[in-house]
Design a binder for this molecule. Structure first.
Ligand SMILES: Nc1ncnc2c1ncn2[C@@H]1O[C@H](COP(=O)(O)OP(=O)(O)OP(=O)(O)O)[C@@H](O)[C@H]1O
Length: 751
């Protein structure tokens, strides 16, 4: 390895800094000479003196630069530099003028005074004794932090991570790292088991250390929830643990017991499936055990029967049918009766079986009773669809529960204003698209509902399960503890639609005829990726917009995967190239390796409840303002302004939202999206490229979800073999959950 070069100088100017990873470009002033340096220096401020080592590199555009690998800040020695350092903003409450006065008073002795006799700073006009102590403390803290960073970098910890670790532990950092670096995985966002394990390896923590095993097992349980499981069977946990840690199962079992004693894990037994077998031990990360348990308890409490006269209910339904000129079939009527009777009821059914019609009848029924009804769905798009279908305002469940604070994609760490202390003030709550609700959200929802409020849960249990852990809707149905109405009849209008008919066939594993005689279901057999790409472009840009009378951006390509030739990432590159190529009048912005360009179709990829939008009328006058752009919302980039660093996106209904360049990572090109992402959404026309893929992914369920996203037309482009294989592939990624069991236990206990 070549000898590292060393440079020393003052940070003259910070040219650029990426706040997320601390990557910084700065000008270093070195005895009259200036040098551009680059590197990870998250905490360095202008005016600070640093000694850095690294090497010189030649950048194609910017010329000679110094690449910093490691550095140390130094306290400046001469009074001019010291004045600069103190006044640079590095010390809170000391500006340039005050720094000048301090240095004028103490000259070259300034530093010694600050370190050894800080009370004397009060001799300077404008500095009280208290402030003198504060300044001294800050200087000392900076020095301590510097030492900690040097210590951490000794274990290969990058500076930005080091800063986070130091922020969390302060002076305890030395003790914690030497004793149990795995604690970091629990305490610090961005440090997982693997990072902690790597550091532990360098520190020399034993492979079979208790801390390591416990942290590893917690990590495995956590990973399992990311796959949708709520618990793991002990043998699965130990096997995965062994793969991760390289430790024998017997050794891990002991740690597992300790975790249970420490309430980090809960161990339970499931009765053996076959007589004579041992019961199966299962392990939960504690919070999930209690999530299920209290969800089951709250469901049980809501599950009451209202005192209503069946005949009177049916009479009222009759009146509604007359008034709204609908004729409900027997099952639909039963659903409305059950809804009137029950504290909690479930309505399920596939596409076109009349769920929406039934919801509408329920709404009319309860409205006629003078009851307050709230409607909600798990995603913004699903809520919008519910609003359109019912003519009543529906919102997201998060909004219903008045989410506050920071939102990430998981529902795990969010705070809701509506909860057990401040429950929802409604007589009836109807939730649509229940298949997308995970155990966290269900728990939060139930916490905000008091017995006496009717809860009606509507969904299609054959859609893909929720992204988050649990399979709530299915478990509720499986428990057989609640009134359920399952609609199965496909109504006349719906039965003329091959989308609906084929969706049911796919679900039942029946053969789908691909003769292209349909008006709304097409299959284009193509087996060459290059050809498929071309077909997709023509379909989206020319054929389908005409066929379904929609704009090209309303045609949605849905693909099973993110990676690969027909994955989201690649398809978006190709479609962008053809549908929205670069042009001199179209501004662009690079975003995480991709280009965002004026005219691009984009998707918001996380819920942002704080994002402001406005609907602009003629002449740009604002007609309406609001907040919130949601995961899955689709829009078009209308402008990119490099000077104000703003990207303006027009979402559906003419809602304009301004993104700063920093917020651009909430946007993704959306010519193609994954089928998973499209859950709960509908589009006029859907195009599905299919050409092989992993068997675990290419399931009947996935195809069913994709097909049922289309309102007017489905076109599948690719291999009929893959298509048929998907219909035949009924493996469902089984989720380890015990909600149904807990519900039944709750019912038995209270019987
Ligand atoms: N009782 C009924 N009599 C006649 N037609 C009906 C009846 N119920 C529903 N329909 C018709 O069947 C079609 C599908 O109904 P609806 O939209 O309520 O079903 P859905 O289950 O919500 O479907 P999807 O999940 O696909 O939105 C609609 O055209 C609707 O008008």
């Amino acid at each position: 390895m070549s000898e590292k070069e060393k440079v020393e100088g003052y940070v003259e100017h910070i040219i650029f800094r990426n706040e997320e990873n601390g990557y910084t470009v700065l000008n270093l002033s070195m005895k009259g000479r200036e040098l551009t340096c680059v590197g990870t220096l998250p905490m360095i401020g202008e005016g600070e003196l640093i000694e850095a080592s690294g090497d010189y590199i030649e950048h194609a555009a910017y010329g000679k630069q110094f690449r910093i690998e490691s550095y140390e800040t130094k306290v400046p020695q001469d009074s001019v530099a010291l004045e600069r350092y103190l006044g640079s903003g590095a010390i809170k409450g000391v500006g340039a003028a005050l720094a000048a006065r301090i240095v004028r008073r103490f000259g070259d002795d300034t530093l010694r005074i600050i370190e050894e006799e800080p009370e004397r700073l009060a001799e300077v006009k404008g500095i009280s004794e208290r402030k003198a102590r504060e300044i001294a403390q800050q200087v000392a803290e900076k020095a301590e932090m510097q030492n900690a960073m040097i210590f951490l970098s000794g274990y290969g910890i990058a500076l930005n991570l080091g800063a986070k670790i130091y922020q969390q532990y302060g002076d305890n950092v030395y003790r914690i790292l030497k004793e149990n670096p795995y604690k970091m995985a629990e305490d610090i966002a961005g440090v997982g088991f693997r990072t902690a394990d790597e550091i532990a390896g360098k520190i020399g923590i034993a492979v079979d250390s208790e801390f390591r095993i416990k942290s590893g097992l917690s990590y495995v349980l956590n990973q399992a929830t990311a796959e949708g499981h709520v618990y793991l069977p002990e043998p699965v946990l130990l096997r995965r643990g062994q793969e991760l840690l390289g430790v024998e199962p017997e050794r891990m079992q002991k740690s597992l017991q300790d975790m249970a004693i420490d309430k980090k894990a809960v161990i339970r037994e499931l009765p053996a499936e076959r007589e004579g077998d041992e019961p199966l031990r299962i392990v939960y990360a504690s919070q999930y055990y209690y999530l299920e348990l209290s969800t089951a308890r709250m469901l049980h409490e809501l599950n009451i029967t209202c005192e209503e006269d069946r005949e009177a209910i049916e009479k009222r339904i009759g009146k509604i049918e007359k008034k709204y000129q609908i004729e409900l079939d027997e099952m639909q009527k039963t659903a409305v009766v059950e809804a009137a009777y029950s504290g909690l009821m479930i309505l399920t059914g596939g596409p076109g079986t009349g769920k929406t019609t039934t919801i509408n009848a329920m709404i009319h029924y309860f409205e006629a009773e003078g009851l307050d009804i709230f409607l909600a769905a798990p995603t913004g798009r699903a809520a919008k669809r519910m609003t359109e279908a019912t003519g009543c305002e529906a919102c997201t469940i998060h909004r219903l529960l008045e989410l506050t604070g920071n939102v990430d994609d998981s529902s795990a760490n969010v705070h809701f204003e509506r909860n057990a202390d401040n429950p929802l003030d409604a007589d009836v709550i109807i939730i649509d698209e229940m298949s997308m609700v995970d155990i966290h959200l269900m728990h939060a929802l139930l916490s905000a509902i008091v017995p006496g409020t009717r809860l009606i849960l509507v969904g299609d249990q054959n859609q893909l399960p929720s992204v988050g852990p649990g399979s709530v809707l299915r478990d509720l149905i499986r428990s057989e503890c609640f009134p359920i109405v399952c609609l199965t009849h496909i109504f006349r209008q719906a039965s003329q639609s091959d989308i609906v008919v084929n969706a049911h066939k796919i679900h039942n594993g029946e053969e789908v005829i691909l003769d292209n005689k349909s008006k709304d279901f097409f299959f284009l057999k193509r087996y060459d990726v290059n050809v498929i790409w071309k077909v997709l472009v023509t379909l989206v840009s020319q054929k389908l917009p005409r066929y379904v009378d929609a704009r090209p951006q309303d045609i949605q390509i849905l693909t099973p995967m993110r990676k690969g030739a027909l994955g989201v990432e690649n398809l978006n590159q190709i479609l962008q190239k053809y549908l929205n190529p670069p042009a001199p009048d179209k501004a662009e912005r690079e975003n995480g390796g991709n280009i965002l360009r004026e005219g691009d179709k984009v998707m918001q990829i996380r819920n942002n409840y704080q994002m402001e939008w406005e609907i602009r009328g003629i002449n740009g006058i604002v007609a309406e303002r609001g907040m919130g752009v949601f995961n899955g919302d689709l829009g078009m980039i209308r402008s990119i302004n490099p000077y104000t660093e703003v990207i303006t996106v027009e979402f559906e209904e003419g809602k304009f939202a301004d993104y700063t360049f920093k917020q651009a990572d909430e946007l993704e090109l959306a010519y193609a999206t994954t089928i998973h992402k499209a859950q709960g959404s509908e589009y006029p026309a859907v195009v599905i490229p299919l050409l092989g893929g992993p068997r675990m992914l290419m399931t009947r369920n996935l195809l069913y979800t994709a097909v049922t996203r289309a309102r007017k037309c489905v076109t599948i482009v690719g291999s009929d073999v893959t298509f048929q294989a998907m219909i035949g592939n009924h493996i469902e990624a089984n989720r380890y959950t015990t909600l149904a069991r807990r519900i039944r236990e709750m019912q038995e206990e209270n019987a």
